[in-house]
Design a protein around this ligand. Sequence first.
Ligand SMILES: [Zn+2]
Length: 471
Amino acid sequence: MWSILRYAAHRRFLTRLTRTLLVKNIHTLVTMDEQRREIRNASILAEGPAITQVGPTALLPDHADEVLDLKGRYIVLPGLVNTHHHFYQTLTRAVPGAQSCELFDWLRKLYPIWSHLEASGVYVSAQMAAAELMLSGCTTSSDHLYLFPNDCTLDDEIRALADIGMRFHASRGSMSVGESQGGLPPDALVEAESKILKDSQRLIERYHDESRYAMTRMTLAPCSPFSVSPDLMRESALLARCHPGVRLHTHLAESATDLAYSRERFRMTPGEYAESLGWVGHDVWHAHCVHLDDVAMRRFAETGTGVAHCPTSNMRLGSGIAPIKRMLLKGVRVGLGVDGAASNDGTNMLHEARLACLLARAGDCDPTAMDPRTALELATRGGAAVLGRDDIGRLAPGTCADFVALDIDQPQFAGAGWDLVAALVLAQPDEVSYSFINGRRVVDRGRLVTADLALLVERTQEAAAAMAAKV
Ligand SMILES: [Zn+2]
């Protein structure tokens, strides 16, 4: 009897894997493939988690197990890839006293509040952030959780993202150098390095999936030069590199105070410090890099080291303007990140692409510094490269069935028929109508189908209020 039940379950599993999905009559399909094709009146066919065909509707089959007819009124693009975030900060948006601070003061104001984070808050804030990301076109996100007070573990965040159905690159972040040792965070928020490394090993063994179409991958992410020791940076790199596909991530050269700390404490620029620790390479990406010098940019390009560009956060904290055009000209891999909701206050990847485009122009006093399609490429292919994946960020046979559709009849596209692809970035559409992740419909007619959004908002408010009550 048991074997019959197991066989039936196995058949159901296989059927789900091989289920076909056809999305047809797309007005404009932005493939971000090798030729960067934009196809009019197009269709996508997927089987299980993977795309099998992309092309003009007339050339693709007309039937599938699941069919979505977009009737020529939607633009479809690869799901956006978010390369830097701190989901838990969704509980501390717009905190009074931290609304107009530079990085170090901003952190000093928020650490005492964050010390009241609990496991239930980790779970609900991760789902809230994921919901906002999914509704704004993101299908893969990384996150950097680096403090574990009370009963918090990374497991809660990974469970939250699995439950809501988003592709996730989880980071076991860490802080080990407290105020008494010359670091920035309070001593109560740092962990012993031996405990950090042991937990990192556990999480890699439990969750890291190296396979193609993987929904969960692991990253090790000591927080920043001013909150961990060089030893922990080296040991984390050694541990990650024992496990194929496990990546390394940290904050680097974010602000003037960050730069001054590196010079004073390590007698090195942030770029020199990263290189001295072995923190360059195809398996490494750094957040921000606002104050990266040309020597470091060249080394990043030579070694394949990636950068997560977070324009909103850099503006919010007055950190400066990252030299993205120079990085791209030198060949550095660049993706986009919304960064934590405490230094962005929003979590919208489409808005982030727009700001990346506009900020590059403002920084260089040059309207040609970044065109809208480059911004879109950073948000898709760029992010995929930074996360070390060739199965997302583009739509072609053999890639993940991760794509989103926007209604071209919404107000933001009115009058933008001249160039709908550019309008995706310039005209600031807010939300997608449909989103598919691994071939599964997770947003349908603008509604998140994998979680109750109203309930999520309510629980997020409650978790934030519970933290506020303890401060
Ligand atoms: Zn950050």
